[in-house]
Write a protein that binds this ligand. Structure first.
Ligand code: ZN
Ligand code: FE
Length: 256
């Protein structure tokens, strides 16, 4: 049996996500931006929380943990080894290559330093699911706060190498704003232009633009396209090192 994923809005632009294993009844929350929507989603689904998989320590990803733990005291908090000391109520830490289990489901841990130095993502290989936190967004990526730009670029390369049919879930609904910026980098990207119509329609209905797929992101996300000749030409950086092209795109986005 395959994983069941339930995504719902939290705070102003975060996502809460539950991953449920029908075989065992186990259910994980990916981060806990705030407790109330997560508890409501669990009640609506009739699921018992068994695990909390933390991507990084920022408050908008962990602040709901204590309240959720009061309702589900047995839920195990799994946190990145690199910053677990700043995550509440941690039961176990994980690092690159470790496997986090949710019942019979298996998530490989991939370290993606950049947004924070200890940031990790969870890749459910068999279920083709990637929970990328604030490392990779649809048509965007996280602010690079705690590592050199080249380190963040290497983190993104790890995710870009995963299978294209992987469903990508992210920490935030930033897609429309990201798309407007992406058009300044690739005004002639036909796939991007067509996709923007879709996400505008989704947002007009109040629906989420996520999940997306890694395959689509490789075609439209400028932060994954630093090696593309058209992107390099637009930036006047033909033949430059991809890490430098990435850094230029990220700096332009910071000023956008
Ligand atoms: Zn963050
Ligand atoms: Fe965040």
């Amino acid at each position: 049996m395959t994983a069941e994923v339930h995504q719902f809005p939290c705070l102003s632009d975060n996502f809460g996500v539950l991953v449920h294993d029908p075989a065992t009844g186990a259910t994980a929350a990916i981060d806990v931006p705030e407790a109330a929507p997560v508890l409501k989603a669990l009640a609506e689904k009739g699921w018992t929380l068994t695990d909390i998989l933390v991507t990084h320590r920022h408050a908008d990803h962990v602040q709901g943990i204590p309240e959720v733990k009061r309702h589900f005291p047995k839920a195990r908090v799994i946190a990145p080894a690199g910053e677990a000391d700043r995550v509440p109520m941690v039961d176990a830490t994980v690092k690159e290559g470790d496997v986090a289990s949710v019942g019979s489901l298996r998530a490989k841990v991939i370290e993606t330093p950049g947004h924070t130095i200890g940031h990790i993502v969870y890749w459910f290989e068999a279920d083709k699911l990637l929970f990328a936190g604030d490392t990779l967004f649809s048509i965007g990526c996280g602010r690079v706060n705690e590592a050199p730009m080249g380190v963040m670029w290497n983190s993104l390369l790890k995710l870009a190498a995963l299978p294209e049919d992987t469903a990508l879930y992210c920490g935030h609904e930033y897609t429309l704003a990201n798309a407007k910026f992406a058009l300044t980098i690739e005004p002639g990207n036909a796939t991007l232009i067509a996709h923007i119509k879709e996400i505008e329609a989704l947002r007009a209905r109040g629906d989420a633009t996520l999940p997306t797929t890694l395959g689509l992101e490789l075609a439209i996300n400028p932060f994954l396209r630093a090696e593309d000749p058209a992107v390099q030409a637009q930036l006047g950086m033909v033949g430059a090192a991809p890490a430098d092209v990435f850094a230029e795109i990220r700096e332009r986005k910071n000023r956008f």
